[in-house]
Design a protein around this ligand. Structure first.
Ligand code: AAL
Length: 437
C-alpha cells in the first residue's frame, strides 16, 4: 500500500519520473523505517524497565527522581564506601592530661588543629584552672568563672603518637586591662606562615553572659611553636555592624592557606538569644595581622558550631558538626566559598581540631584528614580533650570507617528520655483521651 501510494503520488506529481528513481526512494526509505522502529522499541523498553539492580557508578541516562539526582550530583560518590568525604568517627581516651579528679576546676577544650614540627605533634587549647567550677553569668566574679571557657588561658601540649600527650604550659596569657582578652582568652587555632607561627583566639573583655559570647578575635605571634608568644593586642577580625549576622560575636577562628592567601574561617551566633542561629563565614588576608576582608557572600555555611575545615582536592571541605539544618554533614566548596553537602554522617567530633598535613601548603590537591583532637563538654563543670580517627582522606581506605551507622545500646537511647515537663503533658493528654472514651 505504502509503496503503491508513493508510486501513485510520484506519478501524479511527476509524470516523467522513471522506475529507476522510484527504486532509489524505496532503497532509502527502508533503513529509515527500520531505524525509527528500533528507536521506538528501545524507548518503550527503557520506559518499562525499573532502575537497575546494580547501582550504576555514574548518573544513568534515564529519568531520575529528585533523590536519585541528589545521590549522583551532590554526594561525592553514589555510595558511602566510595565517597571520600564520608566517614564514621572512632574515639580514644588521651593519656597525659590531669583534670583534678574531674571536680570541675580544671578544663581543657576547643583544641586547635594539630601540627607536626620536628617529629612531634603540637596542639593548643583553652585551659581553665579555677578555684571553683563555673557558676553562670549572674554569680561570676573576678575569680569565679561564668562559663567553662571563662577566666581561661591558652595552653599547649606535644605528642609523638597523638595518643600520649605532654602538657608543656601556657602559650598565651590573659593580657592586662584594657587589652582585649583581659577577662579570658580561649578557643585558639594555629597558622604557620612564612616560617612564623600565629595563634588566633577569642579575646574576651566581658565574661560570657546569658546573651552569648561577645568577643572579637585577636592574635599572638612566635618564631617557634614552643613560643615565646607575643600577643599583638589588637583585634584582627572585628565584629560586624550590630544589625549584621556577625555583629555580636566572632568565634572559633580557623586559618588555612588557600590560593596563596590566609582564609580565616569563623563562626558567629545571630538571631537573638532565644532563637540562636550559628553560621560560619570567612575573612581573607595577605598578611596574618590583616587587614582581613570578610567575604561578601558570608555566611558561607548555614550551620555548624565550632569550625573544622581542610584542603580537599582543589577546594575546601568542612565538618558541619552541630547546630543548624545541615548539622552532621561534611561539605565541600570547590572554591572555598560555595559549600554543598557532600556526605551525611553521625556522632561527629565536637570542636574537632584535625591534623591537617597540608593546611598551610596552599595546595590545590588537598589530601584530607585521618585524625585529630576534639572535646566533650558533658562532664560536671568541665570539658576534656579526646582523640578521633576517621577516613576523610584520599590516601587511605579504612573500610570500618565507611560503615553506615553507629551501633548504640538501648541505655544510650534511654539516656535521651523525655523531659519531666513533656511526661506531665502526656499524662494530661492521656487522661483527657480516657475521659472521652
Ligand atoms: C565553643 C566555641 C567558642 C564559644 C565557646 C567557647 O564551643 O564555639 O569557644 O565562644 O564554645
Amino acid at each position: 500500500m505504502f509503496w503503491k501510494s508513493i508510486e501513485m503520488r510520484s506519478v501524479d506529481l511527476h509524470p516523467v519520473c522513471t522506475h529507476k528513481v522510484l527504486k532509489r526512494i524505496r532503497s532509502l526509505c527502508v533503513p529509515v523505517v527500520i531505524a525509527a522502529h528500533l528507536l521506538f522499541v528501545s524507548i518503550a523498553c527503557a520506559q518499562q524497565q525499573g532502575f537497575p539492580y546494580k547501582l550504576p557508578s555514574t548518573e544513568p541516562n534515564r529519568p531520575l527522581s529528585a533523590a536519585m539526582k541528589r545521590n549522583y550530583r551532590n554526594n561525592l560518590a553514589p555510595t558511602p564506601e566510595q565517597n571520600e568525604l564520608y566517614s564514621l568517627f572512632k574515639y580514644t581516651e588521651l593519656e597525659g592530661f590531669d583534670y583534678n579528679g574531674h571536680d570541675g576546676t580544671v578544663t581543657r577544650r576547643d583544641p586547635s588543629k594539630v601540627i607536626l614540627h620536628d617529629v612531634r605533634y603540637y596542639v593548643w587549647y583553652t585551659r581553665r584552672a579555677t578555684e571553683v567550677p563555673p557558676v553562670g553569668p549572674d554569680n561570676a566574679t573576678a575569680k569565679i568563672p561564668a562559663r567553662d571557657w571563662d577566666l581561661s588561658e591558652i595552653w599547649y601540649a606535644t605528642s609523638k603518637d597523638g595518643f600520649r600527650w605532654q602538657e608543656q604550659g601556657v602559650a598565651v596569657k590573659r593580657p592586662p586591662r584594657p587589652n582585649a582578652g583581659w577577662r579570658s582568652v580561649s578557643t585558639p587555632d594555629i597558622l604557620v606562615w612564612k616560617g612564623k607561627y600565629y595563634l588566633y583566639y577569642q579575646a574576651f573583655s566581658v565574661h560570657p553572659s546569658s546573651a552569648g559570647d561577645n568577643c572579637p578575635v585577636s592574635v599572638a605571634v612566635s618564631e617557634s611553636p614552643d613560643g615565646p608568644w607575643q600577643a599583638v593586642n589588637q583585634v584582627v577580625i572585628p565584629n560586624g555592624d550590630p544589625d549584621e549576622w556577625d555583629g555580636y560575636s566572632i568565634h572559633d577562628p580557623y586559618p588555612l592557606v588557600y590560593k596563596d592567601q590566609i582564609y580565616l574561617y569563623y563562626k558567629s551566633d545571630c538571631n537573638g538569644k532565644d532563637d540562636i542561629i550559628r553560621m560560619q563565614g570567612v575573612a581573607i588576608a595577605d598578611n596574618p595581622l590583616g587587614p582581613f576582608e570578610k567575604h561578601p557572600l558570608n555566611p558561607v555555611l548555614n550551620s555548624g558550631h565550632e569550625t573544622t575545615l581542610f584542603p580537599f582536592k582543589q577546594g575546601i571541605a568542612a565538618l558541619v558538626i552541630k547546630d543548624g539544618n545541615e548539622h552532621f554533614t561534611v561539605q565541600y566548596a570547590p572554591d572555598g566559598i560555595n559549600f554543598e553537602i557532600a556526605a551525611i554522617t553521625e556522632l561527629m567530633p565536637v570542636a574537632a581540631g584535625p591534623y591537617v598535613p597540608d593546611a598551610f601548603a596552599g595546595t590545590e590537591d588537598g589530601r584530607g584528614i585521618t585524625w585529630g583532637l576534639c572535646h566533650n563538654t558533658h562532664l560536671p563543670g568541665h570539658s576534656i580533650l579526646m582523640r578521633f580517627d576517621c577516613d576523610l582522606s584520599r590516601d587511605v581506605h579504612y573500610p570500618e570507617m565507611k560503615r553506615h551507622h553507629v551501633r548504640l545500646k538501648p541505655e544510650h537511647y534511654y539516656r535521651h528520655g523525655l523531659t519531666s515537663d513533656r511526661l506531665r503533658q502526656l499524662k494530661t493528654e492521656n487522661t483527657d483521651v480516657s475521659r472521652e472514651e
